[in-house]
Design a protein around this ligand. Structure first.
Ligand code: SF4
Length: 236
């Protein structure tokens, strides 16, 4: 049986961002990513320097950990990373669905997978210019095609500055039917450094005032709830 590269499995905790904010969730954070965003807050699941901390697990072993953590309660399972689309989660999703679990996946939209169509929620999070990455919109479109109509598909964009904001408007124009969630970026990602709550609040206010001034009412603007509660601590 093939092995999955897993950086961590934790929860249940609440989903801290986007369409499922507040939802009780078990997180499966995968190891490895095809991007290197300059402000990545999950480098321990991206940088091969942390590879020794990742585990090679079978689907059955991942499933056993999900059911142990959730105590058999059929919660939402969020596949995050890293980029979970690098790996094959089809067998895990099939297994979980038979037990009543729901599956969400968050990915930047650079790699499409047939199992996107089996998800309950697909969060496509294209990275704005401040990330240092360049979005391949053809690859992004392929993710939408792969997801078909089966998944609840939403778009989430992190905004750090005016350029990101303008870019998000361009992305929204490109996909007018996708529900859109915006959140201000957090540049302080060191788990050992306390977050500056005033700074996070100021950034959220800046973004809210900007969309209102523009009469741009399509997106929902949200904070990263887990950062407000736990800072950059991992595994919560
Ligand atoms: Fe980090 Fe996500 Fe960027 Fe990958 S796509 S480097 S996980 S922020």
């Amino acid at each position: 049986m093939s092995q999955l590269r897993i950086a961590e499995i934790f929860g249940p905790t609440i989903q801290g961002e986007g369409a499922l904010i507040g939802e009780p969730t078990v997180f499966v954070r995968t190891g490895g990513c095809d991007y290197r965003c300059v402000w990545c807050d999950s480098l321990h699941a991206v940088d091969p320097a942390f590879r020794h901390t990742w585990s090679a697990m079978t689907t059955d072993a991942v499933w056993a950990e999900i059911t142990r953590l959730s105590k058999g309660n059929p919660l939402t399972v969020s596949l995050s990373g890293g980029n979970p689309a690098i790996q094959d989660f089809a067998p895990l999703i099939v297994k979980g669905h038979t037990e009543g679990y729901r599956f969400a996946c968050e990915t930047q939209g650079s790699i499409s997978r047939p199992w996107f169509a089996d998800l309950d929620t697909l969060v496509l999070s294209p990275k704005p210019p401040s990330s240092g990455e360049t979005v391949d919109w053809d690859a992004f479109d392929a993710c939408l095609v792969a997801a078909k109509e089966a998944a609840h598909i939403v778009m989430k964009i992190v905004i750090f500055d005016d350029r990101d904001y303008d870019w998000a408007k361009m992305a929204a124009d490109r996909y007018p039917t996708l529900p859109l969630y915006l959140q201000p970026g957090n540049l302080e990602v060191d788990p050992a450094v306390p977050v500056d709550l005033q700074d996070l609040s100021d950034k959220l206010l800046w973004l809210v005032e900007k969309v209102m001034a523009d009469c741009w009412f399509a997106p929902k603007v949200l904070p990263q709830l887990h950062v407000l509660l736990w800072g950059n601590k991992r595994g919560v």
